[in-house]
Ligand binder design. Structure first.
Ligand code: PEP
Ligand code: MG
Length: 325
């Protein structure tokens, strides 16, 4: 019994009619690498590096980050590991930087806004990621990007660090892919523009839903309105995927939505390249993918895009599951 589960975990996430999608893991601490391998994760699509900075008496310095990121890259090679730079702020607080006096933290100095305000810290982390890139298949990704200007600033830091490493003879991968999280509605609206600037997109649906629907993702009083299949969300994701593909770049989805077996067929219908989800959800989602066809997913998506309400979408999804079994 155990061995048949293990065998199934190692099978690719491929639909009955041969469409393949990579299923990566979202992790928060290094130790999760064992779980990633156990469940058949095909890499790490999102390493939430900020967790090592949250509620800790001491935070990692550049040397510690370099060691950890390098070890992870080496352990998982040739599988891809995507390091997201610090996404501190809002609900992810660090004692080290003190509590910011912000009336609306989710709309405040978080993620890439925070790191651009702390250039030395940002540079240290970027240097650690660049140095890790020589040990495996490493990509770097920036959270909460709102426009071209922030991308330019982030890319400039990467290029500057790479020049410095090259000058010092320190090995690194100069071709390391540079991507962004698309998780703000403004970024989704101009996805066609942003796609020209980066090597990949990763859609962060947790924040995209929060900011598109105006629902605080951790506020229980409005959680009933946090609706992943709201027509506005489905259309946003579709537009981002299509824009990325038109520009010839890969598009992943790394929010919780991608670990929901009812949502995955819709994402497949859009032909996303990768999904990245919490490790324990990987076997079940791989199984959902292996039991469906791209044709069914495309048919479902076509109907879902016509839906006027979440209730209509939910009904379509339920019908399609019913038809399948
Ligand atoms: C997201 O916003 O969907 C995401 C994956 O990032 P986080 O949950 O860490 O904000
Ligand atoms: Mg996010």
């Amino acid at each position: 019994y155990q061995s048949s589960i293990t065998r199934e975990c190692s099978l690719p996430a491929e639909t009955i009619d041969g469409y393949r999608v990579n299923v990566y893991a979202n992790i928060e601490i290094f130790e999760e690498v064992a779980a990633v391998l156990d469940v058949g994760g095909e890499g790490v699509g999102l390493y939430r590096t900020e967790y090592a900075f949250m509620d800790r008496a001491t935070i990692p310095d550049e040397a510690a980050m370099t060691t950890e990121y390098s070890e992870l890259a080496a352990l998982l090679a040739p599988r891809r590991v995507t390091y997201r730079t610090l996404d501190l702020g809002a609900d992810k607080l660090s004692r080290q930087f003190g509590k910011l006096d912000e009336p609306n933290p989710a709309l405040g100095l978080r993620a890439v806004r925070f790191t651009l305000k702390h250039p030395e810290l940002f540079r240290q982390q970027v240097r650690a990621i660049c140095r890790a890139s020589q040990h495996g298949n490493v990509a770097i990704m920036f959270p909460l990007i709102s426009g071209v200007n922030e991308i330019d600033q982030c890319k400039e830091v990467v290029r500057d660090v790479q020049r410095e490493l090259a000058a010092a003879g320190i090995p690194h991968d100069p071709e390391m892919p540079i991507g962004i999280m698309v998780e703000l509605p403004c970024a989704a609206f101009i996805a066609d523009v942003l796609a020209q600037e980066v090597d990949f997109f990763s859609i962060g649906t947790n924040d995209l839903i929060q900011y598109s629907l105006g629902i605080d993702r951790i506020n229980k009083h409005v959680s009933y309105l946090y609706q992943p299949l709201h027509p506005a969300i489905v259309r946003s994701i579709k537009y981002v995927v299509d824009s990325g593909h038109q520009a010839g770049i890969e598009v992943s989805v790394c929010g919780e939505l991608a670990s929901d077996p009812y949502c995955v067929p819709i994402l497949l219908g859009m032909q996303v390249d990768n999904i990245s989800i919490t490790p324990h959800a990987i076997p079940g989602i791989k199984r959902v993918i292996r039991q469906t066809t791209m044709q069914d997913c495309k048919n479902l998506l076509r109907e879902v895009l016509k839906a006027r309400t979440v209730a209509e979408t939910n009904q379509l999804v339920r019908d399609s599951v019913f038809k399948r079994f």
